[in-house]
Design a binder for this molecule. Structure first.
Ligand code: TTP
Length: 206
């Protein structure tokens, strides 16, 4: 039987773990990386997603590289950014931030960028940024108030989670749904498989 590859997920996001589980992948270790996520002056949202996913991956690599138990592992990291044009919406922590983000998203299209970074056992760094276009319906005052009261915006890029109540705000989506939730599944599997990770290790019945 082929040796099962170990995957370190450099993330604390339960959504990313769920998406990997969906494809039969169980990370051997979760390593949330606390990095500075502030955009640089006039940084494009796509560049920000790319840069931050690499920084998370590299920070996890630096933390495990001396540890023999984790040699030969793959490291995966991701970062999701929501933008209206070039304007990057914050990962909402406060209700007033969430309220302004929702007012901005109302009745408009925005783009969700997720950067993924894979570091291979032979220390190659591979990256991809995936874009999804999302259009929200016009949100009423009640939609916004009720959504703010739900608390589901907390800690999420753009102050919403498509996988929860805010799924009902989405009029149209072009591209990958899992990309919006935080990890584009098709592209992640492609990247892993392309670098020799056995993505089918858990697909057998029983
Ligand atoms: C737009 C959107 C974002 N999100 C989440 C995904 C990410 O967890 C979060 C964006 O912040 P990220 O900085 O990408 O991720 P994180 O801080 O939650 O986790 P980590 O850095 O440890 O990997 O927003 C949703 O869950 N649903 C959505 O519809």
């Amino acid at each position: 039987m082929a040796l099962k590859h170990k995957l370190i997920l450099a993330s604390g996001s339960p959504r990313r773990v769920d998406i990997l589980h969906q494809a039969g992948i169980e990370p051997a270790r979760l390593m949330p990386m606390d990095i500075d996520e502030d955009p640089k002056k006039s940084e494009h949202p796509r560049s920000l997603a790319r840069r931050l996913s690499a920084e998370k991956g590299e920070a996890a690599f630096a933390a495990v590289k001396g540890d023999v138990a984790w040699q030969g592992s793959y490291i995966l990291a991701a970062d999701t950014v929501v933008a209206v044009g070039r304007r990057i919406l914050p990962k909402a922590e406060f209700v007033d931030e969430a309220s302004s983000a929702l007012h901005l998203l109302s009745g408009r299209s925005h783009v969700v960028y997720t950067g993924i970074c894979l570091i291979t056992p032979d220390r190659k760094l591979r990256q991809k940024v995936v874009e999804t276009k999302v259009r929200f319906k016009r949100l009423s005052g009640k939609d916004i108030d009720m959504y703010l009261a739900s608390g589901q915006w907390r800690g999420k890029a753009g102050a919403y989670g498509i996988q929860g109540l805010a799924g009902s705000f989405v009029q149209k989506l072009i591209g990958s749904y899992t990309n919006v939730v935080g990890l584009p599944l098709y592209e992640t599997m492609l990247l892993l498989a392309g670098e020799g990770f056995d993505v089918y290790a858990e697909w057998q019945e029983g």
